[in-house]
Design a protein around this ligand. Sequence first.
Ligand code: FMN
Length: 200
Amino acid sequence: MFYRPETGHGLPHNPFNAIIAPRPIGWISTRGAAGDNIAPYSFFNAVAYVPPQVMFASTGGKDDRKGTKDSVAQIIETGVFCVNIAGGDLRDAVNASSATLPAGTSEFDAAGITRAECQTIDCPRAADAAAALECRMTRILPLAGEANFAVFGVVTGIHIREDCLIDGRFDARPAGGWLARLGYRDFTAVQDVFEMERPK
Ligand SMILES: Cc1cc2nc3c(=O)[nH]c(=O)nc-3n(C[C@H](O)[C@H](O)[C@H](O)COP(=O)(O)O)c2cc1C
């Protein structure tokens, strides 16, 4: 089949998300005047090595956040955020933290997520995440459409869970594998890893 997004796919569910998959999940934690917040964003990736940089995109808004979501609103307020990388062992907490809660109601408390402090920024992080990237926001780009924003940040500190460091290599398998989003309501926790030599 072929379709143009503006004319519609005619399928029971939008296939777009399922085509670009699996997507890593940036579990974004922030601290603002309204309190501590954490939510999953699968429009997320690393975008540069030196200095290390990441991005995530927020789509849509909440009535109490003037055309965006809590995460972007708090990053605009403070200029910092933390990207927690959850393993499959935190899948339920990650999903629970996607609930749309009023600004000021913390998903850390609502979803029972253990909090720790970041070291280079004033921001909470998920203590049990396989890794966490402390970030200073560099730019927020409005994207085409309404309430679509890409948030970019430079990484200022990196936490790695001790059991996820094996022979000097980061490995999320002790944390239940790399948690990633597929389309629809599907997820995967990557356990199956193979190595390939790159051509010279
Ligand atoms: C696995 C997963 C991935 C998600 N990815 C995104 C995303 O990339 N962008 C987005 O705007 N919302 C995404 N959502 C929905 C947000 O997590 C949800 O709107 C949440 O309430 C936003 O929280 P906040 O207002 O505290 O930032 C995702 C939800 C789940 C469960």
